[in-house]
Write a protein that binds this ligand. Structure first.
Ligand code: 8YV
Length: 309
C-alpha cells in the first residue's frame, strides 16, 4: 500500500491508483485507528511541501520503506529518522528548476513595475480618471541570491540577461563562480537592490531573513521569496513593509500557508502568490512521473531515479 499525505495532483492520484493500493490520508477521519489497522501494509508515503513524513508518522508505520516526495524541498520529511531506519527518500529536483526561476524573475518584474497594481488600475476603470505613478526599472539592478544551488543558479542566469550584477551568499564560496560571494546574508543584503531566497529550509536557514537583514536591504530594497515561508521572520517583514522600512516584496511562500498576513493585502509594492513556483501543467506532471518512477524502481529493486537518502 501507498499512503498519500495530502491532495497534490489528480494525475498523480490516478497513476498511483493504477499501480498500488492507494490510501488518501486527508480523507481519513480517525487517523490513529487507521494507522493501527493499516500500518502492516503501508510500504510507501507520498508527501509534498505541505505534508510529508514526520517522526510520528514514520514511527507509526513499521513497514515503511520509502518516502517519495512530490517536491524538491524535503523540509517536511524527517531525514534523520529515515536514515536511522533505513527508509529511502526521493524528491523531484531539476524538472521544476526552470519554472521556479522563471517565477522569481516574474516576481521581480511584478514588484518593480507594479504589474498587478497596474492591472487592477485598468480593471477598476481608474485609467479613465487619472494618471499612473511611475515605477522602478529592473534591468541593471543588483541581485543578491541566497543559495546558489540548482534554482539559485537558474535565477542568476535569467537575471544576467537583464544585465543585473549578481552576488550570492551560501555556506561556502563556490569555486570557479563568476558571481560575487558574500560570507554573510547581512553583507549580501547591504550590497544588493533585490534579495532572492533560493535555499533549502533547514534549522540553519530558518528565519535567515530577520530584522537585521531587512534593515540592511532597506527602504529601496526588495525581497523575493520562492523558497519556504519560514526562511523569513514574517512579522518583521510585515512591519517593515507597513512602515516603509523595506521597498517591496514578492512572496510565493508564507510561514503558515494558506494563511497570509492581511496587513499586506492593501500594499501595492507587494505581490502575493499561493505557492505556485512549480505550478505549471508541464512541470507538475513531470514531478508526478518522477514520484511514480521512483516508487516503481524501488519496488522492482532497481536504482532510484532521484534518491536523497
Ligand atoms: C510543492 C515545492 O511541492 O518542490 C517544492 O519544494 O515547494 C513545490 O513544488 C508543491 O506544493 C507540490 O505540491
Amino acid at each position: 500500500g501507498v499512503l498519500m499525505a495530502c491532495p497534490m495532483s489528480s494525475y498523480l492520484e490516478q497513476e498511483l491508483e493504477k499501480r498500488f493500493h492507494l490510501f488518501k490520508f486527508w480523507q481519513v477521519t480517525q487517523k490513529p485507528q487507521f494507522l493501527k489497522e493499516h500500518s502492516g501494509s503501508i510500504r510507501a508515503v507520498v508527501g509534498n511541501a505541505m505534508a510529508g513524513a514526520d517522526a510520528e508518522l514514520i514511527e507509526a508505520l513499521p513497514k515503511l520503506e520509502i518516502v517519495a516526495s512530490y517536491s524538491v524541498g524535503l523540509d517536511k520529511v524527517d531525514l534523520g529518522k529515515c536514515r536511522e531506519k533505513g527508509i529511502r527518500v526521493t524528491n523531484t529536483p531539476d524538472v521544476l528548476t526552470e519554472d521556479v526561476a522563471d517565477l522569481a524573475i516574474g516576481l521581480c518584474l511584478a514588484v518593480l513595475r507594479r504589474i498587478c497594481a497596474s492591472d487592477k488600475y485598468v480593471r477598476s476603470g481608474k485609467w479613465k480618471k487619472g494618471d499612473f505613478k511611475l515605477t522602478t526599472k529592473f534591468t541593471g539592478k543588483t541581485v543578491g541570491i541566497i543559495g546558489l544551488g540548482r534554482i539559485g543558479t537558474a535565477v542568476a542566469k535569467r537575471a544576467e540577461a537583464f544585465d543585473c550584477p549578481i552576488s550570492y551568499y551560501s555556506r561556502t564560496m563556490k569555486p570557479d563562480c563568476k558571481y560575487k560571494y558574500y560570507p554573510s546574508v547581512v553583507e549580501l543584503a547591504s550590497n544588493c537592490h533585490i534579495l532572492i531566497v533560493a535555499c533549502p529550509l533547514t534549522l540553519e536557514t530558518h528565519h535567515i531573513i530577520n530584522r537585521e537583514v531587512i534593515d540592511a536591504l532597506g527602504p529601496k530594497g526588495v525581497l523575493i521569496n520562492i523558497g519556504r515561508g519560514p526562511h523569513v521572520d514574517e512579522p518583521e517583514l510585515v512591519s517593515a513593509l507597513v512602515e516603509g522600512r523595506l521597498g517591496g516584496a514578492g512572496l510565493d511562500v508564507f510561514e503558515q500557508e494558506p494563511e497570509v498576513p492581511e496587513e499586506l493585502f492593501g500594499l501595492e509594492n507587494v505581490v502575493l502568490l499561493p505557492h505556485v513556483g512549480s505550478g505549471t501543467v508541464e512541470t507538475r506532471n513531470a514531478m508526478a512521473d518522477l514520484v511514480i518512477g521512483n516508487l516503481e524502481a524501488h519496488f522492482m529493486n532497481k536504482p532510484l531515479l532521484t534518491p536523497v537518502v
